[in-house]
Design a protein around this ligand. Structure first.
Ligand code: SF4
Length: 379
C-alpha cells in the first residue's frame, strides 16, 4: 500500500500579506528544538503505522519556507525516515522553496538528499504585485532558481503562480504566463488569490486600500491562463494543477484519490486506517507534547458524511472526476445517493457535468465554476 509523507516546516523569514498557513518567524534555536521533536514524532508514528505492507512512495516538504531549513537537521530527519519506514526506490520527493533562498549549492544538496522535484514559489513576475503580496523575492530570483535547477539536470520541478491579484488584469497575467512558460517548468500550480480572514491583505481589502478583480474578471483570467498553458502543451489534471504529460504530482494525486498519508509538524494532517487527525497548529504545544512522549494530535471528529462530501469536493476538482465504483467501495453508498438529483440533471443537461465511463467529472466549462457547481450538487 502506498503511503505519502508530508512534513510541515513551520518557519518563515516574514509573513506574506495573504498567507494563513501556520508559521513562526525563523529562529535557529527554535528550529533545532523543532527537529528534535520531529525525530520523536517520526519514531512514534513509525511505531504505530510502519509495516511491511506500507511503502512510502512520496515525501512532500511544505511550509512555511522549507528552503530555510538547516541542511544537517534535514538530512538527519531523512535518515530517521529511512530507518523507520520502508521507502520506495521510485520515491517522488518534493520540497517547496522560496526563490530568494535558492542557490546552486542548496539545489545540489537537495539532489544529494534524493529530492527529485524542487518547487519554486514564483507567484508573479511583476515587482509591484510581489510587493503587494509582501514576498521577499524579485523576478530575477525566480529566473535564477529555475536556471540553476535546469543546470543541475532536475528533470522534474514545479512552479506556483497566483492570479486574481489586486490591480491585475488579463493582459498582465498573460505576460506573467509568457515569462513562466519560457522557463518550461514540467509542473505549474495556478492558484486564485483568496482573501483569508486575519491576514494583512484582508485588512487592506476591507479598508478599501486594495481591490481585487471581480469574480467575472477572475474567471476570465483562469480561462485565459488555462488556455495559454494548454496551448503550450500542459494538461490540466486538477482545477489548479497543470503538467506536461507524466509530470503530475503523485503526492497530491494520492490525497485526491483517498490514499493514506502521514503529516508531520505543527498543523499537519493525517489520514490513516480510515481515521483522520491533525497536529495542533502551535509550535509550543507541538514541542511540549513530543517532549512528554505523546503525539500532538487533535482527532478530527468528522464522520462518514463529511468524508463523503470531501471526496466529492476533491474528486470533482480533478480532470478524471470521481470514480463511482471507488466511491461506493469506500463508503458503501452509491455516489448518486449523495447528490441532489434535480441539480444533477440540470448540470448534465447544461453540459457542466459529464457522466463518463463510470466516472463523474466536470466539463471544461464546468471547471471555471467548480466550487459553485459542487455546492449546488451536494445534498
Ligand atoms: S513564505 Fe509562504 S508560508 Fe511563509 S508567509 Fe509567505 S506564503 Fe506564507
Amino acid at each position: 500500500m502506498s503511503l505519502g509523507l508530508y512534513l510541515h516546516y513551520p518557519f518563515c523569514r516574514n509573513r506574506c500579506s495573504y498567507c494563513d498557513f501556520y508559521k513562526e518567524l525563523y529562529d535557529e534555536k527554535l528550529e533545532e528544538q523543532f527537529f528534535g521533536a520531529l525525530a520523536t514524532e517520526t519514531d512514534l508514528l513509525a511505531s504505530e503505522y510502519a509495516n511491511k505492507h506500507r511503502e512510502v512512495t512520496s515525501i512532500f516538504i511544505g511550509g512555511g519556507t522549507p528552503s530555510l531549513a538547516s541542511r544537517d537537521l534535514l538530512a538527519e530527519w531523512l535518515k530517521t525516515v529511512k530507518r523507520r519506514f520502508s521507502v520506495s526506490d521510485h520515491l517522488e520527493f518534493s520540497i517547496e522553496t522560496n526563490p530568494e533562498s535558492v542557490s546552486l549549492d542548496l539545489l545540489e544538496f537537495y539532489r544529494h538528499l534524493g529530492v527529485n522535484r524542487p518547487l519554486f514559489g514564483i507567484q508573479s513576475f511583476d515587482t509591484r504585485l510581489l510587493k503587494v503580496l509582501d514576498r521577499r523575492h524579485r523576478p530575477h530570483d525566480s529566473h535564477r532558481a529555475v536556471y540553476q535547477a535546469n543546470a543541475l539536470g532536475f528533470e522534474n520541478f514545479g512552479v506556483d503562480l497566483i492570479y486574481g491579484l489586486p490591480g491585475q488584469n488579463s493582459g498582465m497575467l498573460a505576460m506573467d504566463l509568457d515569462q513562466l512558460l519560457d522557463l518550461e517548468p514540467p509542473h505549474i500550480s495556478f492558484y486564485q488569490l483568496t482573501v483569508e480572514e486575519g491576514t494583512g491583505l484582508a485588512e487592506k481589502v476591507s479598508a478599501g486600500t486594495l481591490r481585487l478583480p471581480d469574480q467575472e474578471l477572475a474567471h476570465a483570467m483562469y480561462r485565459g491562463g488555462a488556455q495559454q498553458m494548454e496551448e503550450a502543451g500542459y494538461k490540466r489534471y486538477e482545477v489548479s494543477s497543470f503538467a506536461k504529460p507524466g509530470f503530475e504530482c503523485r503526492h497530491n494525486l494520492g490525497y485526491w484519490e483517498g490514499d493514506e498519508y502521514l503529516g508531520l509538524g505543527p498543523s499537519a494532517h493525517c489520514f490513516m486506517d480510515s481515521e483522520r487527525f491533525a497536529n495542533d497548529a502551535d509550535l509550543r504545544t507541538y514541542l511540549d507534547d513530543l517532549r512528554a512522549g505523546k503525539l500532538p494530535r487533535v482527532i478530527d471528529e468528522s464522520g462518514p458524511e463529511e468524508r463523503m462530501t470531501e471526496a466529492i469536493l476533491l474528486g470533482l476538482r480533478t480532470t478524471q472526476g470521481i470514480s463511482r465504483k471507488r466511491f461506493s467501495q469506500r463508503f458503501g453508498v452509491p455516489l448518486k445517493d449523495r447528490l441532489d438529483r434535480k441539480q444533477y440533471r440540470i448540470l448534465v443537461e447544461s453540459g457542466h457535468l459529464v457522466p463518463d465511463r463510470g466516472n463523474l467529472r466536470l466539463s471544461d466549462e464546468g471547471f471555471y465554476l467548480a466550487d459553485e457547481i459542487t455546492r449546488r450538487l451536494l445534498k
